[in-house]
Design a protein around this ligand. Structure first.
Ligand code: SAH
Ligand code: SF4
Length: 360
């Protein structure tokens, strides 16, 4: 017997081919998409506009199942960090950030990451597995439906664990569901894919789907970037900037790209670095997001002083760059994360899961 299919991660097109494969009309795909992603219903038996026979047929060949929330930690400001268990037993994290008029979800695309950026806890953990599309969209489904908030998720950033452009198909499939009017209906402005610079896949991305792009630059020259973002050895800065410009051209230069730049004390945070950065970005429409380094166990890096951070920021702003600062919201959630690691060390197959980054 064929394995049952989890339909949670199917875009409209995939559901249409699923239904045609089982000799059912195409419009069933639209009904299913709405049930799952707008009404939050996972049980075929509750889908009242599907006839009894079809429900029985679906029950015998398919199911709809999100991943499981293993733990959640809420900070004073209301930021919620979830640890989520995949079918394989691996753990990922997602973070919900409520703000005045929006609710942002930071999703993971891989468990672990193979790229080993020197400042990143996920990189230090190594690569575990790619997420399936149902495990990516499942994060959004859980955020909206496992507990009823007044405000559903309004924005998605692929800035959790993993490199989204190295799990290309599943990321695209889930982003299609995020955008579809019969599912979450999020516009391209509300979905940001962040990449450390998988150059060939940036072009592939904008050929497939229209979403916002963020690049994790973190260094203004190849020497330094080779060291802290090792994928730069394969795809150097010039090729990355060219790929960004191609993306901007594709949209008649009406867009801008978010450039993420982590600030690490004594490594990339001097005014000389800022100066080089402004020169490098002078021909590209972008806004810069500065992220003071968040420390984690096992890392020797430090966060610069607030004074240094502000000097760097002011330099960029004086040169005319729109610059934002993503300050971790209090040490409180980091404390919670620390405890989380401790608690989990025993429960996850002895694996050391390190919480990291974020939180704007
Ligand atoms: N792999 C993708 C997306 C996930 S990482 C990428 O690299 O873009 C997303 C962001 O997390 C990175 O841009 C980096 O800015 C941030 N990050 C990683 N480790 C961090 C740390 N220790 N402190 C602060 N931000 C961190
Ligand atoms: Fe991977 Fe992004 Fe972390 Fe680099 S910063 S190791 S690409 S998750």
């Amino acid at each position: 017997m064929q394995a049952k299919e989890n339909l949670l991660g199917y875009s409209l097109e995939s559901l249409e081919s699923f239904f045609s494969k089982i000799n059912e009309p195409k419009f069933r795909a639209k009904q299913l998409l709405k049930w799952i992603h707008q009404k939050g219903v996972l049980d075929f038996n509750l889908m009242t506009d599907l006839n009894k026979d079809l429900r029985a047929k679906l029950n015998s060949i398919a199911y709809i199942k999100p991943p499981i929330i293993h733990e959640e930690h809420v900070s004073k400001e209301g930021t919620i960090k979830y640890l989520i268990a995949l079918e394989s037993g691996s753990m990922i994290e997602m973070v919900e950030i409520p703000e005045k008029n929006r609710r942002t979800l930071c999703v993971s695309s891989q468990a672990g990451c193979a790229l080993q950026c020197t400042f990143c806890a996920t990189g230090a953990q190594g690569f575990d597995q790619n997420l399936d599309s149902h495990e990516i969209i499942g994060q959004l489904w859980l955020s909206n439906f496992h507990r009823k908030y007044n405000q559903p998720i309004t924005n998605i950033v692929f800035m959790g664990m993993g490199e989204p452009l190295l799990n290309f198909d599943a990321v695209i499939e889930s982003a299609k569901i995020m955008k579809h009017q019969l599912a979450y209906g999020l516009s391209r402005k509300r979905i940001t894919i962040s990449t450390s610079g998988i150059v060939p896949n940036i072009k592939k991305l904008y050929d497939e789907i229209d979403v916002s792009l963020a690049i994790s630059l973190h260094a203004p020259d190849d020497n330094l970037r080779d060291e802290i973002v090792p994928i730069n050895n394969k795809y150097p800065i010039d090729s990355l900037i060219d790929a960004c410009k191609d993306y901007l051209n594709k949209y008649q230069n009406k867009r801008s790209i978010t450039v993420e730049y982590i600030l690490i004390d004594g490594i990339n945070d001097s005014i000389l670095h800022a100066k080089k950065l402004t020169r490098l970005l002078s021909t590209m429409s972008c806004k810069i997001n500065l992220i003071p380094f968040n420390s984690f166990k096992g890392s020797n890096y430090k966060r610069p002083t607030l004074k240094k951070i502000n000097l760097f920021k002011d330099y960029l702003m004086n040169k005319g760059y729109i610059t934002t600062l993503r300050i971790t919201r209090g040490d409180e959630i980091d404390g919670a994360c620390g405890q989380l690691v401790g608690n989990l060390a025993h429960s996850i197959k002895g694996k050391h899961l390190i919480s990291h980054k974020l939180i704007s």
